[in-house]
Design a binder for this molecule. Structure first.
Ligand SMILES: C[S@@+](CC[C@H](N)C(=O)[O-])C[C@H]1O[C@@H](n2cnc3c(N)ncnc32)[C@H](O)[C@@H]1O
Length: 300
């Protein structure tokens, strides 16, 4: 398997057992260090930043590492879509974004829903290890973990006797406090019935429209609620020879994709499909988007 995993096309779940995962690996230093120290282990990083991914790929290639993988995906969806239950031995989060503002707290990586999913993917005795210098984030995480259950927690303050990064050394010398929290999976959690879900499908089934002319202009700027927590918005449309395109944004339970829908002339009918230039993660709701364009994107 190549270092960069294309979650849109890879077979799921990944065939990994006894995996170590880093969420938000940033510069990649930590993940690379882990991978070098344990050549037989497997290491997977989730990142949102394309720059961080590119940087890691360059370093992995340069250093010839074969036990390190990454994908550009929000960690929740990464765990949800790609990993087998009870297959992870360790999850690291180093200085995760603490989302300071009250209204943004629901974005924190250690909210209950995420911890529930991480717990499911961890092996018994597996650990989530978090380093942070933000005490309110730490308190939040401890509260979420204790209300969920299924974890034993261990908290310590880092000091200069431990192996530290250059930033950590600098922070400690400036008098900053750094905390290391370990959440160890022990037994079961409470059940959270409503995890956010998306469903992958094999085919999108392009639509065919006969005897009518497309009118994608009419869709520009329109918004649709396809179901609870599934929203679609259309943007600009474009015209080429024998085809028309419209840009769309689909948000499914917070999983967001931007892509073009293409309406292509073939003989005496039109084919409605996702543009071959938009690589998408095929979901049930994308089928609904094509259906909707076939219904509403044509002159009566
Ligand atoms: C504050 S930086 C810390 C980077 C690195 N761990 C370090 O210690 O220097 C947080 C990183 O997490 C990534 N990130 C934030 N939310 C994420 C999520 N939901 N899934 C994956 N990565 C995420 C960001 O792109 C960013 O690179």
């Amino acid at each position: 398997m190549r270092c960069l995993i294309n979650y849109k096309s890879v077979e799921k779940p990944l065939p990994f057992e006894d995996l170590t995962v880093e969420i938000g690996f940033g510069s990649g230093d930590f993940l690379i260090k882990l991978a070098k120290e344990d050549p037989k282990g497997r290491f997977l990083g989730f990142e949102l930043s394309g720059v961080a991914i590119e940087k890691l790929l360059r370093r992995v290639k340069r250093e010839g590492l074969e036990n390190i993988f990454c994908t550009r995906l929000d960690a929740y969806w990464g765990f949800y879509l790609l990993l087998k239950d009870s297959s992870v031995r360790k999850i690291y989060m180093n200085y995760p974004d603490p989302w300071f503002k009250k209204r943004d707290i629901k974005r924190r990586l250690t909210k209950r829903e995420n911890l529930y999913l991480f717990h499911r993917k961890l092996k018994e005795g597996g650990t989530i290890e978090i380093r942070t210098d933000h005490y309110p984030f730490l308190e939040f995480t401890l509260e979420e973990a204790s209300s969920l259950g299924g974890f034993s927690s261990y908290l310590e303050e880092l000091d200069t006797s431990q192996p530290l990064t250059k930033y950590e050394k600098r922070w400690l010398s400036m008098g900053k406090k750094i905390y290391r929290l370990r959440l160890v999976k022990r037994g079961k959690t409470l059940i959270i019935p409503e995890l956010r879900k998306i469903k992958e499908v094999k085919d999108l089934f392009p639509h065919k429209v006969e005897k009518r002319e497309p009118d994608l202009l009419a869709l520009e700027g329109r918004e649709y609620r396809l179901s609870e927590r599934v929203h679609l918005k259309f943007f600009s449309s474009y015209e080429g020879k024998g085809k028309k395109l419209i840009e769309a944004l689909l948000s499914e339970e917070g999983f967001v994709q931007k892509f073009f829908v293409e309406v292509r002339k073939k003989g005496n009918y039109w084919i409605i499909d996702i543009s071959p230039h938009s690589q998408v993660f095929r979901t049930e709701n994308l089928r609904k988007v094509l259906e909707l364009v076939a219904k509403e994107g044509f002159k009566p």
